[in-house]
Design a protein around this ligand. Structure first.
Ligand code: ADP
Ligand code: MG
Length: 698
């Protein structure tokens, strides 16, 4: 059992900002809750500032009401006369849950006045004035509406996260705002230009933009935003934070998931009532901890509080995401298992205890070899502090860091912006599609390295999306940029029409867009493996995934509709150790992408059981991810030269194919490849001749 030395307790810096006023409880009505938020007293000031200046930076602690309240203030303040308010979120979950909450607060039907738009899901209408959307979606909208004319205000929320899309968006918005400058304007209820003219003493320079920008952040370290937007004014929302005891482990934990389980029960049995928030790295981990908690909570003493476990992560269906916000039932304690989402994007009421293993899953790209991998990494100090802050929102709390105090001091201060550590191919393709050709000269807040930019230009060129002059190729590049998936997948889908297997490639792309189709509960891994064999194809994981989707669709069709059918499907998933949630989402994504395909006049065609044709298509699509077996039995990725190993979860593990294509590189103890299909090595020069012939020549 991890032990937490009492002597090592110390308070987070928020403790001396304690303010009078008790926590609000669930019985207060929603309007009272709104009035109790720290941002409420700043309403007038915020509306005033936004009318006076073009760009405002707003800083406020998580939970102070920025995301839910500011758009409502601006709406009331008359900023929607000429356009709507867009609020961008790095995460889909935040866009959905916050929009739902705001619609509820305003007493309107979601999708009307208040709506959201995320990839594969649009809940807005022509009546929508307050629109929550992911930063990626706003970038897509800019393709169709380059001046973003339908918006009068754009709020870039969670800017401190510095996701790759946020950074591109900041650059784009800065340019669009400049281009939307007008010399005489009235926005909101106030006439502005007169005042400006007077202040400047020169009517020619009285330029204001009719696009207002608000950059919102939860961390203090925002000088960069203000600087980037020509020294934009910053407003601070005074937060309300109770002291949080930080506890560390004496020793590093060898198995942090085990430590999580132990700590949850330790808190549950020893601490006062109050909900527990646990930070985990992904869906798979959350689901396995969820199962274990449920199993073990059956052994709790009869007189203890009941444990209610609620997960929250991106791929969870919307109605289930909203479950975490439901008040904890009397006589129970809620354990929220969350990804990074709960760090700053969503605030869940009732949390008093935070359990933080100190890890996060991130994409890391090595531009030199052109390899991107999904890696679990230690968080930064800033993230650790944010996480512990979640425990002190309503009353004093505790944070259990499942690592040593020493390791805390060794963490990086802040997270490196994603744009400096990710594959830029998608971003470059989007910028090109927006008509921005000089990527190296683009005004980024933090410039990615020129080697990373060049590498992605080269990558897009090899995929045929760019011409010799670096322009978007027509039709391939144009088509690729309009699919809401990574360029490599977009190209695979387009190619699959030639290979008459678009149904199967769509299935693959959809299945790879969700996490963990198969699950292996601890202690039942043999049964799970046996179940997987029913779908398994010795040629690889892609066909296996198609088999699962086909079998599921067959089963759904066989069962028909109704309650009994729903139960039957659940049983089928359980028997086959298939994650029903993920599968339903994959089907949803399938139909969404199919719509784009049809929109381009391209057909869905099935290759039925002609798997050779399908594998040839995979080869043509993913030749950049081909790897061949070396004399010593290891694999070498052909384009990067990286030595890789087949992941044990692959159906090809231990099968030693000579040549293969893969879709994911995961770095744990070594570079593992996942989602693999066996190919014939002679197909590479045949189907990707340009690339392989030029490689041999050089
Ligand atoms: P910030 O953006 O400053 O972090 P938010 O506007 O997201 O703050 O949250 C303000 C308050 O609204 C918080 O107390 C939070 O608990 C509450 N809240 C947000 N979303 C929901 C929801 N879906 N259900 C219930 N309460 C919510
Ligand atoms: Mg927020």
């Amino acid at each position: 059992m991890p032990s937490f030395p009492k002597t090592m307790l110390h308070h987070s810096e928020g403790s001396n900002r304690k303010r009078p006023g008790g926590p609000f409880s669930h019985k207060h009505d929603i309007q009272e809750q709104r009035r109790a938020l720290p941002i409420a007293s700043a309403e007038e000031q915020l509306v005033e500032e936004v009318s006076k200046i073009d760009t405002l930076v707003v800083i406020g602690e998580t939970g102070s009401g920025k995301t839910t309240q500011l758009p409502q203030f601006l709406y009331k303040g008359g900023f929607c006369k000429k356009g709507k308010i867009g609020i961008t979120q790095p995460r889909r979950v935040a866009a959905v849950t916050v929009a739902t909450r705001v619609a509820e607060e305003m007493g309107v039907v979601l999708g009307q006045l208040v709506g959201y738009s995320i990839r594969f899901e649009d809940k807005t209408s022509s009546a929508t004035k307050i629109k929550y959307l992911t930063d990626g979606m706003l970038l897509r909208e800019a393709l169709l509406d380059p001046m973003l004319q339908s918006y009068s205000v754009i709020i870039v929320d969670e800017a401190h996260e510095r996701t790759i899309h946020t950074d591109v968006l900041l650059g784009l918005l800065k340019a669009v705002q400049k281009r939307r400058e007008v010399s005489n304007i009235s926005i909101g209820d106030r006439k502005l230009s007169k005042k400006r003219e007077f202040e400047n003493g020169n009517s020619d320079s009285a330029k204001v933009s009719d696009l207002k920008l608000v950059i919102m952040s939860a961390t203090l370290d925002t000088a960069g935003f203000s600087e980037y937007f020509d020294k934009a004014k910053t407003v601070y929302i005074q937060g309300r934070q109770y002291p949080v005891d930080i506890l560390y482990t004496y020793q590093p934990e060898p198995d942090y998931l085990d430590a999580v389980l132990i700590t949850v029960f330790q808190v549950h049995l020893e601490e006062q009532p109050g909900d527990i928030l646990v930070f985990l790295t992904g869906q798979e981990e959350i689901e396995s901890v969820e199962r274990l908690l449920l199993e073990r909570s059956a052994q709790l003493p009869a007189d203890s509080l009941k444990l209610v476990v609620t997960p929250i992560y991106a791929a969870l269906p919307c109605d289930q995401q909203m479950q975490v916000f439901k008040p904890t039932p009397k006589g129970s304690r809620k354990v929220i298992l969350a990804t990074n989402i709960a760090e700053t994007s969503v605030t869940i009421p009732g949390v008093c205890y935070v359990i933080d293993p100190g890890l996060v899953k991130a994409r890391i790209y090595n531009p030199r070899v052109g390899v991107e991998s999904l890696t679990v990494l230690p968080v930064s100090k800033a993230q650790a502090v944010q996480r512990s802050g979640r425990a002190g929102r309503e009353r004093p709390g505790k944070c259990f860091r499942l690592y040593t105090e020493d390791s805390f001091y060794k963490l990086d201060d802040a997270t490196v912006p994603e744009i400096k550590r990710c594959n830029l191919a998608n971003v470059v393709l989007q910028l090109k599609a927006l008509g921005i050709h000089d990527i190296l000269g683009f005004d980024f807040m933090d410039k990615p390295s020129s080697i990373a930019i060049r590498k992605s230009l080269e990558h897009l060129y090899i995929l045929g999306a760019l011409t010799d002059e670096g322009k978007l190729s027509d039709p391939l590049g144009v088509q690729m940029s309009s699919f809401p998936v990574e360029p490599l997948y977009a190209r695979a889908i387009i190619l699959s029409c030639e290979y008459k297997c678009s149904a199967e490639i769509l299935a693959v792309v959809a299945m790879l867009s969700v996490e963990s189709i198969f699950y292996q509960p601890r202690g039942k891994s043999e049964e799970a493996k046996a179940a997987k064999q029913r779908f398994q194809c010795s040629d690889g994981d892609h066909i296996t995934l198609v088999n699962v989707l086909r079998a599921y669709v067959c089963e759904v069709e066989r069962m028909g509709n109704g309650h009994a059918a729903g139960k039957g499907i659940l049983r089928w998933c359980k028997e086959n150790f298939i994650n029903g949630r993920s599968l339903r989402r994959a089907l949803d994504i399938y139909s969404q992408i199919e719509r784009y395909l049809h929109g381009m006049g391209l057909p869905t065609m099935s290759c039925k059981d002609d798997w050779m044709q399908f594998r040839r298509c995979l080869t043509a699509a993913f030749f950049l991810n081909a790897a061949c077996r070396q004399a010593d039995g290891s694999y070498r990725a052909l384009s990067s030269g990286q030595t890789v190993s087949i992941h044990p979860s692959s159906v090809l593990f231990g099968k030693k194919p000579d040549c293969l294509v893969f879709n994911e590189l995961v770095y744990t103890t070594r570079h593992y490849i996942r989602h693999i299909t066996r190919i014939d090595s002679t197909w590479l020069p045949e189907l990707a001749s340009q690339y392989f012939l030029s490689k041999t020549a050089s």
